[in-house]
Design a protein around this ligand. Structure first.
Ligand SMILES: *Cc1c(COP(=O)(O)O)cnc(C)c1O
Length: 404
């Protein structure tokens, strides 16, 4: 029978009935160690008791009112996000792409109102980087310009200029009198866990200050503790003017946010932007529940500690299987394994040993486990990965023997 679903996804032939911490469980009771985390989303694992409680409590009270009325959960969440970041204000969305959209609109609006007789027309162009991923709306694919994502969807949204990642000179050369902002993921996620260097980010900040441009960080994947800091920008101390977050913010409930300084957002006035669902009471209850845990004393230290332990275990595997792995990248619990064999083959072998991970660009496997894992899950992950690698290594050896 033909599937009634659009064929946009090519899922593995696996379905899960429930989740429990770092595990996903099939209808037959098979337990998979989930180190894909639904692509960095289930930051507190599956069915975290606190999140279940705040969601069900809210579900019994109120689901939706629209932004025609004050939503106390929004005010509380915004206040907490502002308190733990550079930002002064927040706008809530339902997804990462919408958070990016709000960031872009905020930058354009800022410049629209700051234009003067000497500067002429509004500055609206945004510099973005090769290998970027900002979501799948027309604007987000226009910003990232990944050929496979834009083919067939043109014409694109105008106003994006792309330069190589981590290339300061190319960035400087791309600036014109129309450039409004620079937008970057401090660590590219889909692009293959590629970290921008400190010097490069500092150059971007300097260029923005020098030319009156806004610096936008897309922390949809890196934010909410993933890298061992609340936000990845804290690792470098280089602070943006606008930031998009989502994924981990809801721990599995769809919610995103655009954070900004008061100055950058000063022209986002009533009527200039909106969302029917954005910031609804259910999403706000869950996101506040996520922050209850992530902002606890010692939680981010825990992420750093387990991140280091997982990294150490992977270094050993990297040495043991030089035909499979090339190198290990990333920060905290956002780890990339650069492969020498096709990453999809390794992921398949991992599935046969009941472990899940996410593929990324540049032939990388992403490990994005829940931030609540401990030594037991790390030990198990290394064990299962080792078995998957042993299978692949064995196959590689057989192929070599056949050739010789
Ligand atoms: C996932 C992701 C997005 C898009 O988020 P959606 O919720 O899928 O729209 C944007 N930017 C980055 C860096 C991401 O990783």
């Amino acid at each position: 029978m033909a599937s009634p679903l659009m064929t946009t996804y090519a899922p593995a032939d696996l379905a899960f009935e429930r989740g429990d911490g770092a595990y996903l469980v099939t209808g037959d009771g098979e337990r998979f160690l989930d180190f894909g985390g639904g692509i960095a989303v289930t930051a507190l694992g599956h069915a975290h008791p606190h999140l279940v409680r705040v969601l069900t409590d809210q579900a019994e009270k109120l689901w939706h009112t629209s932004n025609m009325y004050r939503i106390p959960g929004q005010e509380r969440l915004a206040q907490r996000l502002v308190a733990c970041s550079f930002a002064d204000v927040a706008f809530f969305t339902n997804s990462g792409a919408e958070a990016v959209e709000c960031a872009i609109k905020t930058a354009r609006k800022f410049h629209f109102h700051s234009r003067t007789a000497d500067t002429g027309g509004p500055r609206y162009r945004i510099i973005t980087f090769e290998g970027a991923f900002h979501g799948r709306t027309l604007t987000a694919i226009s910003a990232a310009q990944k050929p496979a994502h834009i083919e067939g969807f043109e014409p694109l949204m105008p106003g994006f200029d792309q330069v190589p990642f981590d290339d300061a000179e190319a960035t400087r050369n791309a600036i014109t009198h129309e450039t409004a902002a620079i937008m970057i993921e401090p660590i590219q996620g889909e692009g293959g866990i590629r970290s921008a260097s400190w010097g490069f980010l500092q150059t971007l900040r300097d260029l923005c200050d020098e030319h009156g441009m806004l610096l936008i960080f897309d922390e949809v994947q890196t934010g909410i503790g993933r890298t061992g800091k609340m936000f990845a920008y804290e690792r470098t101390g280089i602070v943006p003017d606008i930031m998009a977050i989502a994924k981990g913010l809801g721990g599995g409930f769809p919610v995103g946010a655009c954070l900004a300084t008061a100055d950058a957002a000063k022209h986002m006035t009533p009527g200039s932007h909106g969302s029917t669902f954005g910031g609804n009471p259910l999403a706000m209850a869950v996101a506040n529940g996520v922050l209850d845990i992530v902002l606890q004393d010692g939680f981010l230290d825990h992420v750093q500690t387990v991140g280091r332990r997982l990294h150490q275990g992977l270094v050993v595997l990297n040495h043991k299987f030089p035909r499979i792995f090339d190198s290990i990248r990333g920060e905290g619990l956002m780890i990339g394994l650069k492969c020498r064999v096709p990453n999809k083959d390794v992921i398949k072998a991992m599935i046969s040993h009941k472990m899940l991970a996410a593929a990324a660009g540049d032939n990388v496997i992403r490990l994005l486990p829940p931030l609540i894992i401990g030594d037991a899950e790390i030990h198990e992950a290394i064990g299962r990965l080792e078995q998957a690698c042993a299978d692949i290594d064995h196959r590689l050896q057989q192929d070599e023997e056949q050739e010789s």
